[in-house]
Design a protein around this ligand. Structure first.
Ligand SMILES: [Zn+2]
Length: 353
């Protein structure tokens, strides 16, 4: 396989320590990139930092810190966790607050294309195309927007589905100049602007947690396509299955979180990496401590197999085939343990286990 793969993954909002749900997304993107590189593809990863965001402003205010400084400290912790998990640093790491002029340009382009309108000092993207591409019903879409800071009751909107590309800042929030008055970017528009600025109008693989499918990714892609006229914005999507605890999604709001740093205090980063990768990437799952012990056993078996001098059976190609077949890591690990020798060493190397 030859060619280039432009990968974009929605990064973190640096307002809290990294939990296992976040880590799952970035470890899977890292695995996908490593497999593509093994196949000879030139990969580029862009992982943004959403450092202009409501939840960040709120957390910084509570901590009594300037939001920018607060974000930088949280970002440091995040990168330390990612290093311990063997996640390669991305080639591009745009920070939202340095892409404000690009969001202003995006808003202008969307107004010009007739895909957005100006109202009350903001610019709103008409949500119909985002709803259409999502394939979900309107009521469900409104509810998901409500749960995801979509400000469905904003009186400046023509329709609750419309989302701010640009919005006036309220008291205490940072504000930047724009043709529509001082304000700040909307969440989806930030990613659209950073992705378009990094890669141009199209990219090859867009990744993120499954909960970003709607609204975030639907709006990000709909805005990009409306602004550039190039379809599709993303040639493929990797939506990583939600990590739950006690049957519920890990979320700051519910407090049911497993922090990566806590696990790294108990086991090697490669065990956590194995825990995240030794499963179907799209399937939601529940974390339990015994799964960590199981991952440690699997990794030990793989390393023991890699210590054998020779492979038996079909060897390296057989292991790689499983990875190429929709990133089937569990099968690849089974085959590597069976075959041993160079086949197992190959898998250890490709997946950085
Ligand atoms: Zn995003």
């Amino acid at each position: 396989m030859v060619g280039r793969a432009r990968i974009y993954v929605c990064g973190v909002t640096p307002y809290d320590v990294t939990h296992l749900g976040h880590a799952a997304t970035f470890v899977w993107v890292d695995a996908a990139e490593r497999v593509l590189r093994r196949l000879g593809v030139q990969t580029e990863v862009c992982r943004n930092v959403t450092d202009v965001d409501d939840v960040l402003f709120d957390a910084a205010t509570r901590a009594g810190a300037h939001y920018d400084r607060f974000a930088a400290v949280q970002q440091f912790h995040f990168e330390r966790d990612m290093d311990a998990l063997g996640v390669r640093r991305p080639m591009h790491e745009p920070r939202a607050h340095t892409y404000v002029p690009q969001v202003v340009e995006l808003a202008s382009a969307l107004l010009e294309a007739g895909a957005a309108y100006e109202s009350g000092g903001g610019v709103y993207f008409s949500g119909a195309p985002a709803l259409e591409r999502s394939g979900i019903f309107r009521d469900e879409a409104v509810e998901l927007l409500r749960q995801n800071g979509g400000r469905v009751d904003d009186p400046n909107k023509r329709d609750p589905l419309d989302q701010a590309v640009w919005q006036p800042s309220v008291e205490g929030e940072p504000a930047w100049p724009s043709p529509w008055g001082p304000g700040r970017p909307g969440w989806h528009a930030e990613c659209t602007a950073m992705a378009l600025s990094t890669y141009g109008p199209a990219l090859d693989l867009h990744a993120g947690g499954a909960d970003l499918r709607f609204p975030h990714h639907a709006y990000e892609a709909a805005q990009a396509e409306a602004a550039t006229g190039v379809t599709p914005f993303a040639r493929s999507w990797l939506h990583v299955g939600t990590v739950r605890l006690g049957g519920e999604k890990m979320a700051k709001s519910t407090g049911n979180l497993v922090f990566v740093s806590d696990l790294l205090g108990q086991v090697d980063g490669r065990v956590v990496r194995t825990l995240l990768l030794d499963r179907a990437w799209a399937t939601p799952w529940d974390y339990a401590p015994q799964l960590l012990a199981r991952a440690a056993d699997r990794l030990a078996a793989l390393h023991a197999a890699a210590g054998q001098p020779h492979s038996t059976g079909a060897g390296e190609a057989y292991v790689l085939d499983a990875l190429v077949d929709d990133l089937d890591v569990p099968t690849a690990i089974d085959r590597a343990i069976d075959a041993g020798g160079s086949a197992a060493r190959e898998l250890v190397q490709v997946l950085a286990l």
